[in-house]
Design a protein around this ligand. Sequence first.
Ligand SMILES: C[S@@+](CC[C@H](N)C(=O)[O-])C[C@H]1O[C@@H](n2cnc3c(N)ncnc32)[C@H](O)[C@@H]1O
Length: 228
Amino acid sequence: MTRLTDDLRASPPGLHGAGDEYWGLAWAALGWLEENVTEGMATLETGSGSSTLVFASARAEHEAVTPDSAEEARVRRECERRGIDSSSVRFRIGPSHEVLPQLEARPLDLVLLDGAHGFPYPVLDWWHVAPHVRVGGVVLLDDAYMPPVRVLVDALREQPGWEVAAAVSLPPFDWRGEPIGGRMSFRYLPPARRVGASLRHRAFSTALGLRVVALARRRSALRWRKRG
Ligand SMILES: C[S@@+](CC[C@H](N)C(=O)[O-])C[C@H]1O[C@@H](n2cnc3c(N)ncnc32)[C@H](O)[C@@H]1O
């Protein structure tokens, strides 16, 4: 049951940028969070947005680390508008490389790393939270197709203390993230899905492919609005 995810998908709120942008998790990943986060879980995320709404709605004991205090105001307002009590969420305002070293020790059940994506921030975020993740806990790495995140996935595959689980979602069609550390990579996916994702990306990153995606998105946005 992913009712909140479906509602957000139907009308994504402006939580990011100047309050008119939506940089939320892929819908499949947001749905996974909604299905797996439960009341009282000790959770933390770098970055904030729709994921924070999901943590709040599940009544997790949650911390969100973001340098943008306006995001806190927007997330809390959006929670209020949707009747979600955000009192179990604590925002820590500042860049993660400054905030995370000051973390109060508490065993974490689930961590979402979705803050700064340039090198070396994903690795730094993991470095600071890893000692707090309890054995059996989960770290969700968003955007594993971005090279600065992929290096972390590759390193964790080699570490006996960590198990790399299946990917929750595929990369977006139209990522143009060359400034964030290089070309998109599908190495984090198992071989069969890797080939499919790579072919899909090749087909859709042409000018024609991008137009098809834009058209499909407009159609799907309309479909979602009608349903709502
Ligand atoms: C992709 S968005 C996060 C989306 C969010 N998980 C959601 O589902 O809506 C990236 C977030 O990282 C935050 N951010 C940017 N630089 C950061 C930093 N140095 N430390 C922590 N967060 C950062 C941005 O303010 C933004 O909230």
